[in-house]
Design a binder for this molecule. Sequence first.
Ligand code: CO
Length: 144
Amino acid sequence: MKLGRLNHVGVATPSIEAALRFWRDVMGARVIGEPFDMAAQGVRVCFVETPGEDGTAGTQIELLEPLGEGSPIAAFLEKNPLGGQHHLAFEVPDIHAAKVWFEGQGKRVLGEPRMGAHGTLVFFVHPRDMGGVLTEIMETPDGH
Ligand code: CO
């Protein structure tokens, strides 16, 4: 298993609209995606990119707003009403090999690999096995 780059930081928010104002007006983000629903995951998602220096690519922030009843981030927002850092996502070349690796290390993989917001397969690893950090492992998207 070869861990790749940090792809994005997931941030839960009660309102993507309000979060976008913050990232644009206060943090200076200029690359802002269109929000979209991932109904199967129970979240509305929007990517913003932190401004890089001199036009270089920054780092992606994945804004997550609960969608529908029983959204997996509803409980998180109950504990953190303002929202907050939710997960870190790392790229790997082979999602199935990565799952075997983490399970072999005794880490609790939450479910089977499923389609993520970048159109590649992802899975999550339980924060209690990862130093308190909910960790998303995603197959590297094309163009990286
Ligand atoms: Co993510």
